[in-house]
Design a protein around this ligand. Structure first.
Ligand code: NAD
Length: 451
């Protein structure tokens, strides 16, 4: 099953459960615009190289299109379509006035020099200039893109919008102010008009959702005890394994560690470190090791003192099968599939990556009683804070970090409560419930052609 097919399966399941008007379903099954361009950049050795670039605008019934830009060798139209559909659902789950979109370039950015990466990023902004804008389509970072790349794109976009090219073509230049131009991209560095708190927002948001879930579970456990049935048991200091140690995985791990969760394994694309004694590791120490040695490795280092006996290296497949309380896939889609789902021992899967669980795997996991907190809720802290950034830029305001994170917490706790309540009412899993919440909002906004 392709990634887009997986996304459609999830959508159709919820649509069936809530008896969604088939005409609305049809609208949501079909991305509104598929854009594809070839970008040519001059490499440092003087040669020219072509790269395929994409922007899929899935739906804008609830507001401007919104979604990140991914730089990865596996990016293709099918993946970008799926990611764009998930954005439409996600923005509706957290009830922000945006639609869904996604973009990407098929490239391994680690093979580019800093200058080549900057040129490619600027080219992307130029290539899609006409379809982007604060009230049209607002991109953000995703895998292998970051505040610096958003800064280059914003700068390039602003240059074009402010006159030059448009005037040369005889059309009217944009009449919007500089901070509103900055609102075209979110996830920017603070220097480029970014928001305090945005960098850690996705990881922190996942932590907020997890904490909200644990409160519900404690209540459930007390109810079960009162009814003399077996209570749902999670260790008082739950163990956690995190696959993916980028923006999302790192900040999630940081917040979880500080709150007392025991991080016993973490991985990046090269492999994972396992804490054999399950004492719990500090992600900051692991990040330092990664920066110094280029890999997470099999040793756990505090300063210059490294312990290679009580820690070991495991593979990216093994991390998914560890006997932990909470498994956090925070890398790429499709890592939990029909061939490994039955080996998963975690009680809770917190989907910080987009689409890490295929529908086949989800069926197996649900049958085994695994609780899956879906991506469209678990990682929605990023887009919610992107909305706060967009709002600040549009109004020419600056909020402090405490203000941003407090609003984010409130938004996610409310979204979680809505999804949890819907799951109880419809007797369904959390993903289908999240989609049901989103579809109830989308159906008010989507226009269908009457036949
Ligand atoms: P990132 O580029 O910062 O980090 C990705 C991490 O995954 C890196 O540590 C990389 O080494 C690791 N990785 C790559 N391939 C891997 C593999 N096969 N096995 C294990 N690890 C692997 O990206 P990110 O922004 O942290 O995004 C991670 C996921 O979260 C993606 O699915 C993305 O779509 C999703 N997401 C990101 C945001 C955001 O704000 N950045 C928001 C919502 C969802």
């Amino acid at each position: 099953m392709s990634t887009f097919q997986s996304a459609l399966t999830q959508l159709e399941r919820a649509a069936k459960l809530i008896n969604l008007d088939p005409r609305i379903l049809k609208v949501l099954e079909t991305p509104e615009h598929l854009h594809e361009k070839t970008l040519t950049i001059k490499m440092d050795n003087g040669s020219e190289q072509e790269f395929h670039a994409y922007r899929v605008q899935h739906n804008n019934s609830r507001g401007p299109y919104k979604g990140g830009i991914r730089f990865h060798p596996q990016v293709d139209m099918d993946e970008v379509k799926a990611l764009a559909l998930w954005m439409t659902i996600k923005t509706a789950v957290v009830d922000i006035p945006f639609g869904g979109a996604k973009g990407g370039i098929t490239v391994d950015p680690k093979k580019l020099s800093a200058r080549e990466l900057e040129e490619l990023s600027r080219q992307y902004a130029r290539a899609f200039f006409d379809i982007l804008g604060p009230d049209k389509d607002v991109p953000a970072p995703d895998v292998n893109t970051n505040p610096q790349i958003m800064g280059w794109m914003t700068d390039e976009y602003a240059k074009l919008a402010k006159g030059g090219e448009q005037r040369a073509k005889g059309s009217t230049p944009y009449a919007i102010g500089p901070t509103q131009l900055q609102a075209t991209f979110t996830g920017k560095s603070i220097a480029h008009g970014g928001s305090e708190g945005r960098e850690e927002a996705t990881g922190y948001g996942g932590f907020v959702v997890l904490e909200a879930l644990r409160v519900k579970q404690r209540v459930k456990s007390l109810e079960q005890r009162a009814n003399n049935s077996t209570p749902y048991a999670l260790r008082p200091t739950p163990t956690v394994a995190v696959q993916g140690f980028g923006n999302v995985g790192y900040f999630f791990a940081e917040h979880a560690h500080r709150a007392g969760y025991k991080l016993i394994s973490i991985s990046d694309s090269r492999g994972a470190i396992l804490d054999k004694r399950t004492l719990g590791m500090d992600p900051e120490n692991i990040m330092k090791t990664k920066k110094e040695r280029g890999t997470i490795g099999g040793c756990y280092c505090i300063g210059t003192v490294c312990d290679c006996e009580n820690y070991t290296q495991i593979s990216n497949e093994e991390i998914l099968e560890l006997p932990v309380d909470i498994l956090v896939p925070a890398a790429l889609e499709g890592v939990l599939h029909k061939d490994n789902a039955h080996k998963v021992k975690a009680k809770i899967i917190l989907e910080m990556a987009n689409g890490p669980t295929t529908p086949e795997a989800e069926r197996i996991l649900l049958e085994r009683g695994t609780l899956i907190v879906p991506d469209v809720l678990a990682n929605a802290g990023g887009v919610a804070t992107s909305y706060f950034e967009w709002k600040q830029n549009m109004a020419g305001e600056k909020w402090n970090k405490a203000q941003v994170l407090a609003q984010l917490k409130e938004k996610l706790e409310y979204a979680f409560t809505e999804v949890w309540r819907t799951a109880q009412e419809l007797h369904t899993d959390l993903r289908t419930a999240a989609y049901a919440v989103a579809l109830e909002r989308l159906k008010q906004a989507v226009t269908v052609t009457r036949t």
